[in-house]
Design a protein around this ligand. Structure first.
Ligand SMILES: [Zn+2]
Length: 307
């Protein structure tokens, strides 16, 4: 910053000198003036470029659902599931206290309760919330309509958030480093966290590509083209929804009963709401392993899930 100011001050001195010399010699003044314009002009451009870069890096993650970005390359780096698998391949991880076989990423032994710290699993990324919830664990849920309920986790999905620096077919999608958890319970509820949002989703319907094209593609595209700033309303299943967020993810981990998702599958999502009701759409890349689905439910808060 200080060098910017001294540059500016020097620039003013040069201008003042040019102005004074102008009275003495017209040619000398124009020569100095040209030199000053070149130097300070260049400095100014450099400042603009560096400020521009800073802004891009800190600005909101922009995600597009336009057709052009849909064909952009997606990450080929190992998923969380791949990394767990490679640790398991080296041999079973056992609890040092009771000797039971535990998952490498578990932080607490489910058999004896001791705290686990597996150095091999230390660098495996974890979701921001619910990273310590394991399959089989019982959760207490506060359902906005039905009140308190208790159920065990039977499926667990970790999503890796993707983003693209520019909305072009050649700009690769990369992992942002944010991971979010989805927890399916035995009673049919799907709990999902995304950034600061928490959803309790208790009904769902499968989607075909035609359904998505007919009902959801247009509002999603409209929202994307406004850089997610426009108020986009659309009708779906008799409700008028407001687009809240769209984006792209990679399935990082999928474990538990009747799990149909395969880690590495890439999809895009739509989050829309109407008062306390929410709509969450997952649209997997064609040819992938995921099943397109629309889930319906409610906005909840973190404190509505206890364990
Ligand atoms: Zn143990």
């Amino acid at each position: 910053m200080s060098s910017d100011f001294s540059d500016l001050k020097n620039g003013l001195y040069v201008l003042l000198a040019v102005f004074l010399i102008g009275y003495v010699s017209r040619e000398l003044a124009s020569l100095i003036s040209a030199g000053a314009t070149f130097y300070y002009g260049f400095t100014g451009i450099r400042l603009l470029i560096s400020k521009g870069e800073g802004h891009t890096a800190s600005s909101k993650v922009r995600i597009s659902t336009t057709a052009s970005s849909a064909t952009a390359p997606t990450p080929s780096s190992p998923t969380i599931a791949d990394r767990i698998k490679s640790i398991n391949a080296k041999g079973e991880f056992k609890c040092p206290s009771c000797g039971a076989t535990v998952n490498p990423t578990e932080t607490k032994c489910r058999f004896c309760g001791s705290v686990l710290a597996n150095p091999e699993a230390e660098n495996i990324p974890r979701p921001l919330m619910w990273a310590d919830i394991e399959i089989g664990q019982t959760l207490q849920i506060n359902h906005p309509q039905k009140g308190a309920t208790t159920s065990a986790v039977d499926q667990r999905i970790y999503y890796g958030e993707l983003w693209q620096e520019r909305m072009t077919p050649n700009t690769p999608w990369t992992l942002t480093g944010n991971y979010f958890a989805g927890l399916h319970l035995k009673n049919g509820i799907y709990l999902l966290n995304w950034q600061s949002r928490y959803f309790l989703l208790d009904s769902h319907l499968p989607l075909t590509d035609q359904d998505i094209q007919r009902d959801l593609a247009t509002p999603a595209r409209e929202f994307a083209s406004s850089n997610q700033t426009a108020k986009v309303l659309f009708e779906y299943k008799g409700t008028k929804w407001k687009m809240d967020d769209i984006g792209r993810f990679r399935i990082e981990l999928a474990d538990g009963e009747s799990q149909k998702l395969i880690p590495g599958a890439v999809g895009r999502f739509i989050h829309a709401s109407q008062a306390e009701n929410v709509l969450v759409v997952e649209d997997f890349q064609s040819g992938g392993s995921g099943l397109d689905i629309a889930r319906l439910g409610f906005k909840i808060e973190l404190k509505d899930v206890k364990y």
